[in-house]
Design a protein around this ligand. Structure first.
Ligand code: ADP
Ligand code: MG
Length: 584
């Protein structure tokens, strides 16, 4: 919590918004003692600013400065009180509904929805007519009219959190509902609570000023809203007495501005991805690469590629002058410890790098075509039809609300595929090809196991018959038995369809069993590239040897029967025939 506060203070938006708001709070607290009585008639009406009355006088002859300063107190007090109450009521109702579910949820959600469809303004007017006047009336009216939106937001958040493992763990541990709501759910919504509070305060100030301006507040009180109400009534606009309404208007605008800045600062603080990088790295210019660019027998040629991320502490080079070639139909393995830049390189092939990253050097040639120089439109056409990708987490790579057939249709239609019927036919064919039942075309992702989803991911990647498939740790999330079946299937399909594979994994033994050639990436540098056989027996680079020695089955004594041990390590033994037999 203290760390969060410290970071909030370091942020520019938070600093500016916070200081403005703090200034107004101090003004509201001590200001009224420093100025004259705002209701006293002290001078001629409609007097422009003068030495006696720095902000001039109102249409009735009161001091505008005093009215502006004193008005801050009630306006901000009501604003923050309503902001807090609306957040509290909304959070309690929403979280209770979302967490308890069933009948409680039905009843509370129905109530919430009823409140949402009642227009706020008439409700406020009717309520206002029955309540005794005074600041509390405004608080009650605005809370009544505003809590329902919050309940909806908090309910959605509670529903999302309810399914998480830590809540299940708390239930298993025997914690009470009240404790789970206050100790497990609420702390996880801290940022939502904070940004809701700021947003609700903004709503409260705006709605309060609006109601009072219409004369629906307590017109005898001194608030920013009634200031504007009297300015209107006393014909400030007709007489062009701008000094009567501009100070109050400016204050309202500034408070709104500071609250908006704060809420955006909270968003960025709790979601670092929203923060803009200082400036993106400069992409490589299309320089001719002098080194011999092989044209025949090479499908993908990566020439001296460097990739940099822009971070707060400056550019950081994550891929450093990597060159490699992949032949048609080849399985090229890319190994290296986590963080060595494997995914970054894989994503770069499809130009899927995040905005903070750029290829700062080198070229990527596919079939002789410069991928780094393709236009956005050409790139869209290129992706998936020439190079496709299987993502590590099939759980999140599939859209949970679309049936499998629809996901195939989306992909096929994006590349000029024809009818939905044709897409579904292709989907059945592809599902069969990866060893799934064609009827699954109507299934939703949540109905499949992890292994089945990853098969669907592979089927989708192959749907447009690409020449290269980038597989980024496609089996890391799966158990070894499923992993084995899946890889067997990939090798079979590769033999049949003839695509090349860039297989990315930290599991070197797996690669040695699967790949034709393997490249070892260490801290962004490709330190060694060789055939799987040679790497197994005489790896040259110390880092490769280190990687190999970290897998006990791959010691030097295993040289006699390396493949067998390798496969044993990866629990691939039964697949050995399929893997080796099919490939060599
Ligand atoms: P691997 O796939 O080999 O595990 P990655 O390619 O995902 O590695 O990451 C390589 C390096 O890039 C890591 O050191 C990581 O810290 C850095 N990195 C990844 N994403 C970003 C980012 N958005 N900003 C800065 N650095 C990043
Ligand atoms: Mg990775």
């Amino acid at each position: 919590m203290r760390e969060t506060l410290r970071r909030l203070l370091r942020q520019r938006k938070a600093a500016v918004g916070g200081s403005i708001l703090l200034g107004f709070l101090v003004l509201a607290l001590v200001g009224p003692w420093l100025v004259m009585d705002p209701t006293e008639l002290v001078g001629q009406p409609h007097q422009p600013p003068s030495r006696a009355h720095l902000f001039g006088t109102t249409g009735q002859g009161q001091d505008v400065l005093a009215q502006t300063v004193v008005g801050a107190r009630e306006t901000l007090a009501i604003g923050f009180a309503v902001g807090a109450l609306v957040t509290l009521v909304g959070a309690l109702v929403g979280i209770t509904a979302g967490y308890l579910g069933r009948r409680v949820d039905d009843a509370l959600t129905l109530t919430t929805n009823v409140f949402l469809v009642i227009p706020g303004l008439p409700l406020a007017i009717v309520l206002g007519a029955y309540l005794p006047s005074g600041p509390m009336r405004m608080v009650v009216v605005l809370t009544f009219a505003g809590w329902a939106w919050n309940a909806r937001v908090f309910r959605a958040e509670a529903l999302a959190l309810r399914g998480r493992d830590f809540v299940a763990a708390a239930v298993v541990a025997g914690e009470s509902h009240a404790r789970i709501i206050t100790r497990e759910l609420l702390p996880n919504m801290a940022s939502l609570v904070a940004s809701s509070f700021i947003g609700n305060t903004l709503y409260a100030v705006g709605a309060q000023v609006g109601l009072e301006f219409l004369g629906l507040g307590d017109v005898g009180a001194v608030t920013w809203g009634t200031n504007l109400y009297w300015a209107g009534n006393d014909a400030a606009l007709l007489t062009r007495s701008w000094w009567i309404f501009v100070p109050t208007g400016l204050c309202i605008a500034l408070v709104g501005f500071s609250l908006t800045l704060l809420s955006s600062a909270i968003d960025e603080l709790t979601n670092p991805a929203l923060r803009a990088p200082p400036s993106a790295p400069v992409p490589a210019k299309a320089v001719e690469v002098s080194s011999e660019v092989p044209t025949s027998g090479v499908l993908l040629s990566v020439r001296g590629v460097s990739i940099e991320y822009m971070t707060a502490s400056g550019p950081s080079r994550v891929v450093d002058q990597v060159s490699l070639d992949i032949a048609p139909g080849e399985v090229f393995g890319l190994a290296g410890e986590s963080g060595s830049g494997k995914s970054t390189l894989g994503y770069a092939l499809l130009r899927l790098l995040p905005p903070a990253a750029a290829i700062t050097q080198g070229r990527i040639l596919f079939d002789g075509m410069d991928v780094t120089a393709l236009s956005a439109e050409a790139m869209r056409e290129f992706r998936w039809s020439r190079v496709s990708m299987v993502f590590q987490s099939a759980m999140s790579a599939l859209n949970p609300v679309l049936s499998l057939g629809e996901q195939f249709h989306d992909t096929l239609a994006a590349h000029g595929g024809s009818s939905r019927a044709a897409s579904y036919a292709r989907a059945r064919e592809m599902l069969t090809m990866v060893g799934l039942k064609p009827e699954l075309v109507h299934a939703w992702p949540h109905q499949l196991s992890g292994g089945m989803r990853q098969r669907v991911g592979i089927a989708l990647a192959l749907a447009l018959e690409p020449k290269l498939v980038v597989m980024d740790e496609p089996t890391t999330a799966l158990d070894v038995v499923v992993q084995k079946e899946l890889l067997q299937r990939v090798v079979e399909l590769k033999e049949r369809l003839g695509f090349a594979v860039l297989f990315i994994t930290h599991d070197l033994p797996l690669l040695l069993a699967l790949a034709d050639r393997v490249g070892i990436l260490q801290a962004g540098k490709l330190v060694e590239v060789d055939t799987a056989e040679r790497l197994r027996t005489d790896a040259k680079h110390p880092y490769t040897r280190l990687l190999l020695s970290s897998f006990p089955h791959l010691g030097a004594s295993d040289v006699a029967a390396p493949t067998l041990d390798v496969l044993e390590h990866a629990a691939l033994k039964p697949a050995q025939a399929a893997l080796t037999g099919g490939r060599r």
